[in-house]
Design a protein around this ligand. Structure first.
Ligand SMILES: Cc1ncc(COP(=O)(O)O)c(C=O)c1O
Length: 379
């Protein structure tokens, strides 16, 4: 190699999201191997259910194979049946609506709040019909939905409220943890989440009968104590002992992770708020938001679109994701939204970009991401 030729250092790849596995995860997985219990129903599952439920101030936890299956189970255990309607925000991950469709119920979409991106509580009541049975408020990108008015509307119309807290571990509403506010709540432990088991989920509730009903449906619909005898149509929605072992280890480092996430959010906010044309999401006075995913809105004044920024960052080894598309615009959901308009969801979706959000990002990585965005503006 010629003496003076400089080797250009390849910039470090910064992924959109990655789990943090720096505790006892491997140790507990080994315990599963030693005890030869890798399937569902093992001791780690029970431990994970009770410890996670306690974290949410709930009496019962029902571990599931994903957040999606937890949501489906939540509706099934409330007896949601074909033809029933479920109120769902238009701006959310598709699973919040799929669980209704999996139950052969109809998702009834409601537009988003412009400031917090959660369901617009002022538009819920007009969406309620005689067929409505439940509301699924979603704590979108970790911001708690405005639960008090939602619970009040639900009570007046005799509806069940299932919080979709899948991406909102650690967030609080008026000082109470999300997951403790509705009749039931569902969480995801996908690898991108603050508590990660690879895939996984949990339904939490205070109602013992409801939790037991959910467990039976989750566990193939077996009648308790009588193998292969089914009184209801069940599913296999179980979490394995190995996944739960990871979950138990993740809970041990949870407080540390929340602290690190708050520090990450604070540095991102400080740097991003200095970039003209970039806005960071607001937090309601009632909320403590733990942003599993860091998102920004790219205003028209920035001079590049959200997608153009994403492409340029990709060229610099910085991985981003668009935020959710409004559900009503996609083929499976459009038939349930005909004649309705969702201008706020459209606007949020057009501008929103998810930045790298893993806890293993260094401050230097975050500075690099924000500097790259700022430099794109200057052209
Ligand atoms: C709002 C929301 N609901 C549901 C889910 C589904 O969770 P899972 O991927 O564990 O099925 C997610 C996943 O990110 C989500 O963000």
């Amino acid at each position: 190699m010629p003496k003076n030729k400089k080797i250009r250092k390849q910039p470090k790849f910064l992924p959109a999201a990655q789990p943090t596995l720096d505790g006892n995860e491997l140790k507990y997985i080994k315990e599963c191997f030693k005890s030869n219990w890798i399937a569902a129903g093992g001791p780690f599952v029970k431990q994970f259910e009770s410890e996670f439920a306690e974290l949410c101030n709930r009496a019962h936890g029902v571990a599931t194979s994903s957040g999606t299956t937890a949501l489906h189970l939540a509706l099934l255990a409330y007896g949601i049946k074909p033809g029933d309607e479920v109120i769902v925000p238009d701006f959310t991950f598709a699973a919040s609506a799929n669980c209704a469709l999996h139950s052969c119920a109809i998702p009834n979409f409601v537009d988003a709040d412009a400031d917090y991106f959660t369901i617009d509580v002022n538009k819920i009541e007009e969406a309620i019909t005689s067929k409505t049975k439940a509301i699924i408020p979603v704590h979108v990108y970790g911001h708690p939905a405005d639960m008090d008015p939602i619970m009040e509307i639900a009570q007046r119309h005799n509806l069940k409220v299932i919080e979709d807290a899948c991406p909102a571990h650690g967030s609080e509403y008026k000082g109470k943890p999300v997951g403790s506010l509705g009749d039931a709540a569902c969480f995801s432990f996908h690898a991108s989440k603050l508590i990660a088991t690879g895939e996984g989920g949990m339904l939490v509730t205070d109602d013992a009968d409801y939790a037991e009903c959910a467990r039976i449906i989750r566990d193939q619909g077996y009648v308790r104590g009588k193998y292969y005898w089914h009184e209801v149509i069940g599913y296999n929605y179980r979490l394995t002992n190995v996944q739960a072992a990871i979950g138990v280890a993740q809970l041990e480092t949870y407080k540390k992770k929340i602290k690190a996430k708050l520090a990450q959010m604070s540095l991102y906010n400080k740097l991003l708020s200095k970039i003209p044309g970039i806005s960071v999401p607001k937090t309601a006075p009632y909320a403590k938001r733990i942003a599993t995913f860091i998102i920004i809105s790219v205003e028209d004044s920035f001079g590049l679109t959200r997608d153009e920024i994403a492409l340029k960052l990709k060229g610099q080894d910085i991985e981003t994701r668009p935020v959710f598309y409004p559900l009503h615009r996609m083929k499976p959901y459009a038939p349930f939204a005909s004649g309705k308009e969702f201008p706020i969801a459209e606007e949020i979706s057009r501008k929103g970009l998810q930045l790298p959000s893993s806890l293993n990002l260094t401050n230097e990585d975050i500075r690099r991401i924000c500097t790259s965005i700022a430099e794109l503006r200057r052209g």
